[in-house]
Write a protein that binds this ligand. Structure first.
Ligand code: ADP
Length: 252
């Protein structure tokens, strides 16, 4: 064996060793990230669970006060505010629980048309009330967790109804086939979202609206968590006033 072959062999052995060290470090980092995520999920779950108890007490004492001061207009007004705040907090906690408890998706082949129709059925009353038109045709079969995917569509449709413009809502669902995933778009003709908020709207409790439109600001965070759980991506495209297009990918 000549010198240069020996040096090459030695370098190769060193590189393999380095590779091994790197792989072990990567595995350690991945395990740490997994346990941090589990801890965070547990914390969110425990907190939201524990918060329900004091809320129930506030609610029942407010009702007692209401009875005690029956006939006093000011007391009645104040207790209404308390009950109202408790109700809002209850919905916030319920949504936070849904977010923190999302299980791993149980993927199977499902008809996207079926998922769209299921989501529409659960929003039957608001769809009728808004005189909304939902347009879809020739949608493919996709790989996904049925109930989680319905939840994504439900949240997106419900937002298109809530954040509508002066004209009756029109929601169009289209699926495009890519190399390794479908890209599903939900387009609406609502009030749109300014580009500077496109990332922010997916954050937990992030809202661009006040109490004039009800909501907890967690719907899109749930959508993102579900889509990422399916190894996909979700984003919004909107220039502002012409409505929004929410897009997400679902790998085959
Ligand atoms: P919520 O609707 O409960 O406020 P979301 O997480 O679903 O929470 O949405 C976050 C924010 O993004 C909303 O408060 C709203 O300002 C904006 N938004 C979401 N969907 C739309 C839409 N289709 N058109 C316009 N704005 C939207």
């Amino acid at each position: 064996m000549d010198d240069s072959t020996r040096i090459l062999e030695q370098r190769l052995a060193e590189a393999l060793q380095d590779n091994d060290v790197l792989r072990r470090e990567l595995e350690r980092a991945e395990a740490a990230a997994r346990s941090a995520q589990d801890e965070l999920r547990l914390f969110a779950y425990a907190t939201s669970h524990d918060l329900q108890e004091p809320l129930r007490s506030i609610s029942s004492y407010a009702q007692l006060l209401e009875r005690q001061y029956a006939g006093n207009a000011e007391a009645a007004e104040f207790t209404t505010y308390i009950v109202d705040a408790v109700n809002r907090m209850t919905v916030l906690i319920r949504d936070l629980l849904t977010y923190s408890r999302l299980p791993k998706p149980q993927k199977r082949t499902v008809s996207l048309t079926g998922l769209v129709q299921w989501a529409m059925m659960s929003l039957d009353a608001p769809i009728r009330e808004a005189k909304a038109r939902i347009i879809y045709e020739n949608l493919p079969e996709v790989q996904g967790d049925e109930s989680q995917m319905v939840q994504v569509l439900q949240n997106l449709f419900s937002n298109s109804l809530k954040y509508r413009s002066a004209v009756p809502p029109e929601i169009e669902i289209v699926a495009e086939e890519g190399d390794d995933a479908y890209t599903i778009s939900v387009r609406d003709n609502g009030i749109g979202i300014e580009p500077r908020f496109h990332e922010q709207v997916f954050g937990v409790f992030k809202r661009l609206h006040g109490r004039e439109i009800p909501g907890t600001g967690i719907g899109l965070a749930i959508c993102r968590k579900i889509v990422e759980g399916h190894e996909g991506k979700i984003w919004v495209e909107s220039g502002g006033a012409q409505g929004s297009v929410f897009k997400f990918t679902l790998p085959f």
